[in-house]
Design a protein around this ligand. Structure first.
Ligand code: ZN
Length: 246
């Protein structure tokens, strides 16, 4: 079984289409670490796609917020504006689906999916020191997570953690063979709103039989996604940041 692992699609249909085209023929099943919606201008088409195609998924904080499951008081003003816009825009069937998404961790074969961290779906795993503190609590040797929009992740060794790098700028893929006695927290990066300085859409292919994780990036039509965001009257910052990768 080969998995296509996506996270943080954020209503960016252009980025999602580019990822699916780039990964075509290289996977059997699609998994998602949450945040289908929020920020971008295409929540319905992205949610309909997820309903039809994603095999296993955990909910993200934006999925919860846009489905009315979370109060928006913790969101910054731009995120709140986009969540309120999305609530108005999304069809009843899609809201129902977003509302029904399970909380992580969710087991998927020999590994697990979470949105933020194995301990709390809303936590941000940004630095190695925070990741190291999870040693002993992770619950699976391989965990896929999202939420930070930073491709890469961490290897947990006894008493410490080391960062895994994202795909280099000059390449479109970067392979990591996962060793059996190391605990891995793997972030595929964000499809629809990368924040690691590389504006290309991010995703990951994983083949458990070979313990092979392949981090990938693909260019997409950023201008079209930006025009839709501005056309919808969403905050300009949400369009601008797509071309910055921040
Ligand atoms: Zn997100």
């Amino acid at each position: 079984m080969r998995y296509l692992i996506l996270s943080d699609i954020h209503s960016n249909w252009e980025a999602l289409q580019a990822v699916l085209e780039h990964a075509r023929g290289r996977y059997d099943r699609i998994l998602c670490c949450g945040d289908i919606v929020g920020y971008g201008a295409d929540p319905n088409v992205c949610t309909e796609w997820a309903r039809a195609k994603v095999h296993t998924i955990v909910r993200g904080n934006h999925d919860k917020a846009c489905a009315g499951l979370d109060d928006l008081e913790w969101f910054n003003p731009v995120a709140r504006t986009s969540a309120l816009w999305t609530q108005q825009e999304v069809s009843a069937e899609n809201i129902e689906y977003l509302r029904s998404l399970p909380k992580g961790p969710i087991e998927a074969g020999s590994f697990q999916l979470v949105h933020g961290s194995p301990l709390d779906e809303d936590d941000y795993l940004v630095n190695a020191r925070e990741a190291a503190q999870l040693g002993g609590y992770v619950g699976a040797s391989v965990t896929f997570f999202g939420h930070t929009h930073l491709q890469g992740g961490f290897e947990l060794h006894r008493g410490g953690a080391r960062r895994i790098q994202r795909t280099p700028e000059g390449a479109d893929s970067f392979e990591v063979e996962l060793e059996p006695d190391i605990v891995y927290l793997v972030n595929p990066g964000s499809v629809g709103q990368p924040r690691d300085g590389d504006p290309r859409a991010a995703y990951l292919l994983y083949t458990p039989a070979r313990r092979l994780a392949e981090y990938r990036r693909v260019v997409y039509d950023i201008g079209k996604a930006q025009a839709k965001i501005l056309g919808a009257g969403l905050p300009e910052l949400l369009a601008w940041r797509l071309s910055q990768g921040t």
